[in-house]
Design a binder for this molecule. Structure first.
Ligand code: NDP
Length: 295
């Protein structure tokens, strides 16, 4: 099966690595050519000079870009792939995108005989490396069955969320929860540090109690207490995700003040910490405001 992979970023390159082997015939393209060249040196993959060349003969095209804005740009931009996609191909968009844009892309592609699946992933770079991502997909079941082996190469828990756009909606809401958990756990630990409780002791109790989450069990112990703050998932991307969740809620007239507040706080964190900061660094904003460190 000929697979084209577009977007070799923090997570994309780890996902693409699972497709650089039989029975797949992989070709990759990345905007910054040096990243594609580095990928080609380490993996069995061809490097395309342009995105159009990458998709020209592909049965399956995977995009893994920051947001739906960049997916649109890769489709329609100056050297856009729209004209190069072959009839009968399937575009699997693993970007954490936004539902309305995915629906409009799906309709445009359908008119050209190309199918579209939105298939955002979860589990971070660790699950991407081990090929055990959670994949939540939206679209037609018969189309998905044609491309299932491709998704199974990097996904473990693979769930049909509903029609096109449903994967994006589920992903945005999951990440809104992640954002809320990071902020609320940081705030709670800041209070406890001020109260004189050792944050390691606090987490030992919280993680054996009802307040625990992935943030308290993994992110804060591994990245904040150690002061390591590795860059695995940019804060800017989490801000984008919670923004998608907030817009989704607004469009559906759902009352979600907690999501709105977390969206506002992540916006502040992005302004303060910049485009390259990791998502867990939002904790630094809470620390600074409270004049403490969680360590
Ligand atoms: P990165 O920011 O690390 O990488 C983004 C990729 O998109 C790069 O290959 C970049 O190319 C490319 N790109 C950006 N803008 C354009 C453009 N205008 N045209 C063409 N290519 C472009 O993102 P991640 O890999 O971390 O994330 C990708 C998607 O996966 C996002 O939607 C994110 O929310 C989601 N995700 C990420 C996770 C993670 O742990 N990192 C976890 C789960 C989901 P270049 O190299 O030139 O900059």
């Amino acid at each position: 099966m000929r697979v084209a992979f577009i977007g070799l970023g923090d997570i994309g390159r780890l996902m693409a690595a699972h497709l650089a082997r039989d029975p797949f015939d992989l070709i990759v393209w990345n905007r910054t050519a040096a990243k594609a060249d580095a990928f080609g040196r380490d993996h069995k993959a061809r490097i395309a000079p342009t995105a159009g060349e990458a998709v020209r003969n592909a049965d399956v095209v995977i995009t893994c870009l920051p947001s739906s804005v960049e997916v649109e740009a890769v489709l329609h931009g100056e050297s856009g792939i729209l004209e190069s996609l072959r009839k009968g191909a399937v575009l699997i968009d693993c970007t954490s995108g936004d539902p309305p844009t995915s629906r409009s892309i799906a309709a445009e592609l359908r008119a050209r005989g190309v199918d579209f699946i939105d298939a955002p992933v979860s589990g971070g770079t660790t699950a991407a490396r081990s090929g055990s991502l959670t994949v939540m997909w939206g679209g037609d079941a018969a189309v998905f069955e044609r491309v299932r082996p491709v998704v199974e190469a990097f996904g473990k828990k693979i769930v049909h969320a509903g029609p096109v756009g449903s994967g994006d909606a589920l992903k945005a809401v999951n990440n809104a929860l992640l954002a809320v958990h990071i902020l609320s756990t940081a705030e709670d630990l800041a209070v406890l540090v001020k109260a004189g409780v050792d944050p390691k002791v606090a987490l030992e109790v919280i993680n054996a109690s009802s307040g625990r989450s992935n943030s308290s069990e993994n992110l804060i112990p591994q990245r904040v207490l150690t002061r390591a703050f590795p860059r695995t998932f940019r804060l800017a991307l989490l801000e984008k995700d919670i923004g998608i969740a907030a817009v989704l809620a607004e469009d559906l007239n759902a009352r979600t003040p907690v999501i709105s507040l977390a969206a506002q706080r992540f916006h502040e964190a992005r302004e303060k910490l910049g485009e390259e900061a990791d998502h867990v660094e939002a904790v630094k904003m809470v620390e600074e405001e409270n004049g403490i460190e969680i360590r």
